[in-house]
Design a protein around this ligand. Structure first.
Ligand SMILES: Cc1cc2nc3c(=O)[nH]c(=O)nc-3n(C[C@H](O)[C@H](O)[C@H](O)COP(=O)(O)OP(=O)(O)OC[C@H]3O[C@@H](n4cnc5c(N)ncnc54)[C@H](O)[C@@H]3O)c2cc1C
Length: 388
């Protein structure tokens, strides 16, 4: 073993990076996780879907790398005879647009096509033919991912990375990082609330929505904070054959899940920071989401809410994209946080790229440069148009 990397945060991003550091580079890694049950981690509360329909080529490239990894996850993350199953299914995403949004959909589609994504534009007649349960009267266009898009069991992927990491020698410690020791612009140790201290050759901040207070201890302001997103679990007597993850022009989304459906929408009321997770906005479902669902899919007139949950997006208020790369001003500190609701699908590719970056090895994943936190200092936004 060479080096010593300490990772703060054992969610999917920390676990994936730890796994690749140990498995592919033989690095000794310690992961500090304050909540070993992951009860509030975004990785436990995710809708765990993957798409190619981004507006930024790097986001598309990361998802293309990740989908290939997810398809062979049973081999990649096997521990002896234990071959992880994550239930990957690829019915696609379907972005819908009225006349007002059709231009943006076409522009995004051009970027996706150039990147080799298997996304098709469908006019209302083609939409009606492929998805006969969909109301298309007000629509001008849809963009559907014919392959490489769908969903999977995110917590199962997280646990598979964790198990593989441990099998490759990574130590997971139940500990809350509260401060750092440093010398000459390099962190030398991480201090924890229980009085322990962990020596660090390099440090990765992968504390999800709670990464900003840690970076602040290193004098750096990360614009990342916890923003609650509600997910409603629905029953509907009628099946919707081939149902993809549908994004209505209103922003309401839904997808199939087992024999039921999941649905959600951007929050109303100003998106406050870290409201309690139990405060599900059932009023929003009644007033806003359900009417949209019933108008878009007449069969949803008969739906019932079975249950609901909420989790935090690790929202990067600067430009709604990950902050993955070296932390400016420090020689051995890195971040992988702020993925703003698309970090589960990016974890395989970003974890792989971060492991190479931390080791100074050549990356075989797409180069993360546009994601580096240095852009916060230049003020150059790397904005993603397609945020759900
Ligand atoms: C409702 C919802 C739906 C989503 N849907 C999708 C989707 O469809 N597709 C997609 O790709 N992504 C989706 N996401 C986003 C995705 O889940 C996240 O981007 C991803 O899980 C982030 O992983 P992470 O490891 O960075 O953060 P987390 O999973 O939150 O892990 C961070 C960990 O750091 C720990 N920690 C924090 N501070 C400290 C400290 N001081 N010391 C020690 N440990 C600490 C926390 O306990 C936590 O376990 C969704 C998220 C939510 C909430």
């Amino acid at each position: 073993m060479k080096n010593d990397v300490v990772i703060v945060g054992g969610g999917v991003m920390g676990a994936a990076t730890a796994c690749f550091l140990a498995r592919d580079h033989g690095v000794a890694v310690t992961v500090l996780e304050r909540d070993p049950g992951y009860s509030r981690a975004s990785s436990s509360l995710s809708a765990s879907s993957i798409r190619q329909q981004f507006s930024q080529p790097l986001n598309i490239a990361l998802s293309q790398w990740s989908i290939r990894f997810l398809r062979r996850v049973a081999d990649e993350l096997a521990v002896g005879d234990d071959r992880p199953a994550i239930g990957l299914t690829e019915p696609g995403y379907l972005y819908l647009a009225t006349e007002a949004g059709a231009g943006v959909l076409r522009e995004n589609h051009a970027v996706q096509q150039a990147a080799g994504a298997d996304v098709r534009l469908l006019d209302p007649a083609a939409l009606g033919e492929r998805f006969p349960w969909l109301a298309t009267g007000d629509l001008a266009l849809g963009a559907w991912g014919a392959s490489g898009e769908g969903w999977f069991d995110g917590p199962a992927l997280h646990q598979a990375f964790r198990r593989k990491a441990i099998a490759c020698g990574v130590r997971f410690e139940a500990a809350e990082a509260v401060g750092f020791e440093h010398a000459a612009c390099a962190v030398t140790a991480v201090r924890c609330s229980d009085g322990r201290s962990f020596a660090a050759g390099s440090l990765l901040l992968a504390a999800g929505a709670w990464s900003a207070p840690l970076a602040a201890r290193l004098g750096f302001a990360l614009p990342v904070s916890p923003r609650k997103r509600d997910v409603f679990v629905l029953d509907c007597p009628q099946a919707l054959p081939g149902c993809p993850l549908v994004i209505d022009p209103s922003g309401v989304w839904f997808r199939a899940e087992g024999r039921g459906f999941l649905a959600g929408a951007p929050p109303r009321d100003g998106d406050p920071e870290e409201p309690p997770l139990h405060a599900i906005d059932h009023g929003q479902f009644e007033d806003q989401i359900w009417p949209v669902l019933a108008a878009r899919v007449p069969a949803f007139e008969a739906l019932r809410v079975r249950s609901a949950w909420a989790g935090y997006y690790e929202m990067n208020a600067f430009d709604h994209n990950g902050l993955a790369g070296p932390l400016p001003g420090w020689r051995n500190v890195f971040t992988a946080c702020g993925f703003s609701g698309h970090g589960m699908q990016q974890a395989p590719a970003v974890g792989h790229a971060m492991a190479a970056l931390i080791c100074g090895a050549e990356a075989t994943t797409p180069a993360l440069a546009p994601m580096h936190p240095a852009r916060l200092l230049t003020g150059e936004r790397w904005s993603e148009r397609n945020i759900i």
